[in-house]
Design a protein around this ligand. Structure first.
Ligand code: ZN
Ligand code: ZN
Ligand code: ZN
Length: 374
């Protein structure tokens, strides 16, 4: 989170310059970033979303500035943004911060608004700058954010190791008679205990619920013979996210389950092995889909193979049919095929990084089916 001169930190010196250049390349005059992942990526400032406007303006040409409510000024100054040499402009309760931003920017033809900006702020900026075209900041930030620096890869690896440590504990919590919700509560506690700042999701999908890819943990009681899909993740203090799925069996699973679990494991390995610079994102999806279809389970693989991950759990690049963009070293994303024929299902998910010559997996807890003693 700290900035430094050597470029080894998550917000290296030079990021603002690189972002300003990307703003120009995207054909925009400025970015306006309110609290969220875009602001954190550009400045390191992990500010809260509030109704009072906090906004980093990054013009393509000219000096960036950070507008903050006066009561947030001390927090902004001690944040990494305070070390970037930015002008920080406080506004008082009776000021109009939208007019303040607009006045400082001058007459600009277009602005890129952070993708997660509240509509409240989008519309107030529109009113303050009625002749300015509004676009998404991702037009400028997408390519930068999708290619992780070595420091970002290290942060994602730390997240991966932390969630792997949680998965290593899951078998002990999967006991017949317990509910999905009880297991999810154990998992949420462990996600934080293993180093995350927050537990973001705890999918525990047992028995027939395992056939629903985004089932949330509920009151169903675990039974012998259940397959249990456990898809969990959190956000580290660095801001970087984890996301890992393993499927467990309580006692012996149904024979047909064991058959397609082996297909799934091979498909997930094939998709990971396909990752290298220059290969199209959709080719990784195809590498997962083909062996599953060949084994007759194609209709039960009902979602894309993966999503990018970084300061958000789901971000570019998406590993999906139709995405022809070539992968680049530094792209980080999930590889998570699933087979959901009902009345059970399975998914295996790792976060991987495209390297200079191949792939690196950031999750390494076993992908073999873990059969816990029922
Ligand atoms: Zn998902
Ligand atoms: Zn997941
Ligand atoms: Zn995922």
């Amino acid at each position: 989170m700290e900035h430094d001169q050597g470029g080894t930190s998550l917000v290296p010196a030079g990021r603002l310059t690189a972002v300003a250049a990307a703003v120009g390349t995207a054909g925009l005059d400025a970015l306006l970033l309110t609290p969220g992942p875009d602001l954190r990526y550009v400045s390191g400032y992990d500010a809260h979303q509030l109704e009072r406007l906090t906004c980093l303006a990054v013009p393509a040409a000219g000096e960036p500035f950070l507008v903050v409510p006066r009561l947030e000024l001390p927090a902004a100054q001690v944040s990494p943004a305070g070390g970037l040499g930015l002008e920080i402009v406080p506004w008082d309760e009776t000021d109009d911060p939208y007019a303040l931003v607009s006045g400082r920017l001058g007459d600009v033809a277009s602005v890129g608004l952070s993708d997660r900006m509240w509509a409240l702020m989008v519309l107030r900026f529109r009113a303050a700058m009625p002749r300015t075209r509004q676009e998404l900041a991702s037009a400028a930030l997408r390519d930068l954010r999708a290619v992780k620096s070595p420091a970002e890869v290290a942060a994602l690896l730390a997240a991966g190791e932390a969630i792997d440590r949680v998965h290593a504990q899951v078998p002990a919590w999967l006991r017949p008679g317990r509910t999905e919700a009880q297991v999810a509560a154990d998992i949420a506690e462990a996600i934080v205990a293993e180093g995350h700042a927050s537990a973001d999701f705890t999918i525990v999908a047992s028995g027939p619920n395992a056939a629903s890819p985004h089932h949330t943990a509920a009151d169903r009681v675990l039974r012998r013979g259940d397959a249990v899909v456990v898809d969990i993740g959190g956000t580290m203090p660095s801001g970087y996210c984890s996301d890992c799925t393993r499927t467990y069996a309580i006692g012996e699973p149904p024979p047909e389950f064991a058959a397609y679990y082996a297909v799934l494991q091979a498909a997930q390995a094939a998709a990971c092995a396909a990752v290298r610079p220059g290969i199209a994102a959709e080719a990784v999806d195809a590498a997962a889909r083909e062996p599953i279809a060949a084994a007759g389970y194609g209709e039960y693989f009902v979602h894309r193979t993966g999503h990018g991950i970084g300061l958000e759990t789901h971000e570019d690049p998406y590993i999906v049919s139709g995405n022809t963009e070539p992968l680049r070293p530094g792209n980080a994303f999930s590889v998570e095929p699933g087979i959901y024929p009902g009345p059970h299902g399975a998914r295996i998910e790792d976060i991987v990084v495209c390297t200079q010559d191949g792939v690196r997996r950031l999750n390494n807890v076993t992908r073999d089916l873990v059969v816990v003693d029922g």
